[in-house]
Design a protein around this ligand. Sequence first.
Ligand code: DQA
Length: 157
Amino acid sequence: MKITVIQGPNLNMLGVREQGIYGSLKLDDIHAQMEQIAKQNGIEIEFFQSNLEGEIVDRIQECLGDSDGIIINPAAYTHTSIAIRDAIAAVSLPAIEVHLSNIHQREEFRHKSLTAAVCAGQIVGMGPYGYHLAVIGMVQILKEVEAIKKARAEAQK
Ligand code: DQA
């Protein structure tokens, strides 16, 4: 089983960018922690970051037939991108949306997520630990999907 992690614009600047809001960990540090949890659960994990909307859409589409689940922080595109929302809906894979900060406590334009409605769940305001929780949550979702598939195959025998 494989999870793809997709990080949106400016998340490559973590550790430098607005540390009071986003903390001091770098994106690579967060990914190293996620890799460890995935390994412990026998799951493959791949990471992608882009500052470009179209590249994020392309990467989501590439998950079809390649990944079993998506963890995504669309960053600023959360609040603006119908294209990213449509791509998540199009691939029909379980997705979990993560935000380091609590977007509901911040400026009004951050309160609305265009992407959350096509995700299985949303984790906000937990800092880097939110990504940790997302991997655990995705492992659980994938186990449940696997169990349903198995039960269906058994019923058809
Ligand atoms: C963010 C929240 C967004 O509003 C913002 O544009 C980001 C980061 C977060 O992780 O808290 O770039 O997605």
